[in-house]
Design a protein around this ligand. Structure first.
Ligand code: F6P
Length: 554
């Protein structure tokens, strides 16, 4: 067994112990002071790659912190783990699979072998199949049952078969092709179905049933509802093939649903759901922005793959972000991490990163089944700025938790309105500045005195006005969100998550925890509808079932 599957105990590494001692030494570290002492700090702790600029100078680090973190990555053999992933080793050991979403963005001519077979021709074939379909739809050649061209594409999928495509198609709205609108139907909530369907005309709608497994409850229920709706609107079984296509690795189930074999886009076991937007799961993206922009997205991600594999750790953006996350989680007791995009088009990135990070690194045992000895993935949360400033930033500034944050902001806007973008950018910067600088007691008192308040009032109010500061953040600046830069940005986070999983020795690519809820859901459903009479496993759940049944009786 490769050593990345029999993980080292990271907490026993010399660099980990050195970091523990170093953490103590940094008890009184003050970022404000560090900036005053070192005019080069911004330059020292910033890095650009693949169209992204990372300022990580507002972190609780010194140069020797970085050296120790880099040492940690070396001692944990991160390099071997990176090679193992790109090479196609079976690093998802609990499912016996390689992890090769990176193959999806490789250029033509590259070779990647799985079980001795080069998978790249198949990757290119599917990309070609996507190109054809998108071309037909965009050129009005794919027609519905009344021979009208398709105007609306509805992606039916959830989790990775929804969040990534939704993020990208919304983020790249300025590149959207005219004539085709994209919609997403994810949840089993009938209200969502009704609201989406109310915007559609069955004659001109194409549904993409997007499910790697083709067994996900929400997706299958929505696909059935969509099919019923299509028939009720006047569509026929014979013409169903014009309105339903699928993306799945479970061809048989898609065929059984009624989708023609030639309209099924394959998925492969070696692509995880939350890493699948680069595959045919990205069809709604390509439908929205066109295939050449989709290829740009892939090439941006590829450039980040290259950077990740070749840049020295101290200049490697995903490695740096991963190490900083470990630094805060394991040495500063940070339990969550905020993602704060200052860009309307990027507003869904937090949702995507929640699945990417939390489904990947929300684990408690290591690759070999032994309990972790360190912390693992943080709670990922956040939302678009400035909105968050008027909601939850208060807690970032004065709450008792240390919450590192990533600010993401474009330099230019696609939609300049007066000086809005200057204000948006200024707010992003001033938030990270406020988190770092804070306000001392002396400053708070001076401010209050300057307002002419009596000394008693100054003393009463001052503690409330003190802002601790010294709170860490990264700022990621991009010129404008293009397909290429967005590809690089998403791939950057994918690799950050992988770096952390390697250090913690966990498998970032399975998700057994979500299965229990799915299994129990079947039992609860049977009791709700009365097909199972035995009581639920616990009185709380049974009480809530009774509540539901009581309301729906007669
Ligand atoms: O339940 C979790 C999950 O398996 C995710 O990992 C996945 O992205 C999502 O469900 C959807 O799965 P599928 O594409 O197979 O419908």
């Amino acid at each position: 067994m490769d050593h990345h599957l029999t993980p080292l105990d990271v907490t026993q590494l010399p660099s980990w112990r050195a970091l523990q001692a170093h953490r103590q030494a940094l008890n009184s570290f003050n970022m404000r002071q560090a900036f005053n002492d070192d005019p080069e700090r911004f330059k020292r702790f910033s890095q650009s790659a693949c169209g992204l600029f990372l300022d990580y100078s507002k972190n609780l680090i010194r140069e020797d912190t970085l050296e120790l973190l880099v040492k940690l990555a070396e001692e944990a053999h991160l390099d071997d783990a990176i090679k193992a992933m790109f090479r196609g080793d079976v690093i998802n050991a609990t499912e016996g699979r390689p992890v090769l979403h990176t193959a999806l963005r490789r250029p033509v001519g590259d070779k990647v072998r799985v079980d001795g077979v080069d998978i790249m021709p198949e990757v290119q074939r599917v990309l070609h199949q996507m190109t054809e379909l998108v071309g037909y739809v965009h050129n009005g050649l794919w027609r519905g049952y009344t021979e009208k061209p398709i105007t609306d594409v509805v992606n039916i999928g959830i989790g990775g078969s929804f969040l990534g495509p939704q993020l990208v198609s919304e983020a790249l709205l300025p590149f959207a092709q005219k004539g085709v609108r994209c919609h997403y139907l994810a949840n089993i909530d009938g209200s969502e179905f009704r609201e989406v369907a109310s915007k559609l005309n069955a004659e001109t709608t194409l549904f993409i049933v997007s499910s790697k497994s083709f067994s996900t409850l929400e997706t299958l229920k929505n696909a059935q509802a969509a099919r019923g709706w299509y028939l009720a609107q006047g569509g026929s079984e014979e013409e169903l093939y014009r309105h339903f296509i699928a993306v799945s690795s479970n061809k048989e189930a898609a065929i059984a649903f009624g989708i023609r074999e030639e309209n099924i886009f394959p998925m492969w076991d070696w692509v995880g759901g939350r890493y699948s937007l680069w595959s045919a799961i990205g069809l709604p993206i390509a439908m929205s922005i066109g295939i050449s922009n989709f290829k740009e997205l892939l090439s941006g991600a590829y450039s980040m793959d290259q950077h990740f594999q070749t840049a020295p750790y101290a200049r490697n953006i995903p490695v740096l972000l991963g190490l900083l996350g470990v630094w805060y989680g394991d040495f500063w007791d940070a339990r969550s991490h905020a993602i704060l995009p200052y860009d309307y088009y990027l507003r869904n990135i937090t949702d995507h990163l929640q699945q990417l990070d939390m489904e990947s690194n929300g684990k408690s045992v290591r690759q070999d089944g032994t309990p972790v000895t360190s912390g693992t993935g943080p709670v990922i949360w956040g939302g678009v700025g400035c909105n968050g400033q008027h909601a939850y930033h208060q807690l970032l500034h004065q709450g008792t938790h240390l919450i590192p944050a990533d600010f993401i902001v474009p330099v230019s806007s696609y939609n300049p309105v007066a000086d809005h973008h200057q204000w948006l950018y200024a707010n992003c910067l001033s938030q990270s500045q406020a988190l770092m600088l804070g306000k001392t007691r002396a400053e708070a008192e001076a401010e209050l005195r300057a307002k002419g308040l009596p000394e008693e009032e100054v003393q009463r109010l001052a503690p409330h006005k003190v802002i601790p500061g010294n709170r860490p953040s990264n700022t990621l600046v991009v010129e404008r969100i293009s397909a290429r830069r967005l590809g690089a940005l998403i791939a950057m986070y994918e690799h950050k998550v992988y770096v952390q999983s390697v250090l913690w020795g966990i498998n970032a690519f399975d998700q057994w925890g979500v299965e229990l809820g799915k299994d129990l859901g079947k039992g609860v459903y049977s009791r709700l509808v009365g097909s199972e009479e035995t009581p639920a496993e616990d009185a709380s759940t049974q009480g809530l079932i009774d509540f539901f049944r009581g309301r729906h009786r007669g």
